[in-house]
Design a protein around this ligand. Sequence first.
Ligand SMILES: Cc1cc2nc3c(=O)[nH]c(=O)nc-3n(C[C@H](O)[C@H](O)[C@H](O)COP(=O)(O)O)c2cc1C
Length: 217
Amino acid sequence: MHISNEEKDAVYKTIYNRRDTRGEFLDEEIDDKVINKLLDAAHHAPSVGFMQPWDFIVVKDKKIKQAIKNGFQVAHDEAKEMFDNEKRDVYKTLKLEGIEEAPIGICITCDRSRSGDTVIGRTANLEMDLYSSVCAVQTLWLAARAENLGVGWVSIIHHEVLRNVLDIPEDIMPIAYLCIGKVSHFHDKPELEKAGWLPRIDLDDLVHYDSWNNKKS
Ligand SMILES: Cc1cc2nc3c(=O)[nH]c(=O)nc-3n(C[C@H](O)[C@H](O)[C@H](O)COP(=O)(O)O)c2cc1C
């Protein structure tokens, strides 16, 4: 199937305009049909040995969101102590989740034994199944952006909290908790870039040719 120039432009537009959303969620429902489209897109992500190790827990219940927010708060308070003075002051000003404001939460997991112990492509590097679930996250993120929905990845939470609150079995690994919803607007740049936390690195500094030691600049 050939991708037309117009379609190609739309893909790049989606990639460059995808943002992590925390503070711009609107108090508006998302149609279940759209949620299912996002989940189906995620389910078409690549996976090692076609293992499809993901499950999706869709969260709408306010009490569950509240429990997740409490878990965030604990990890967030711990995090504040981990940065040096100057960064700590900036860290405290950042909004790093939209758990209760977003109409939908989706937890994406990884079932590490979904297709048995020996998986094509996971024989030398066991963590490939985890990366596969991350591919599902990114695919959902881009599909959501194409639907003009914001997504925020909340990683400042201990996995045990997600396990307990969402009844995730011991042998299933939580990979991501995502907040999803309609937004007032998308930022034109990463918020951490805008806040002066870190700049975007020059691509030339990251590309090596034939050897780690050989870069353009
Ligand atoms: C694995 C992962 C975990 C993240 N966890 C958080 C988080 O807990 N809170 C948050 O505000 N942003 C989180 N982010 C979003 C990043 O801060 C964001 O992607 C980055 O600053 C670039 O901004 P952009 O996504 O808007 O381009 C996470 C992103 C990734 C990929």
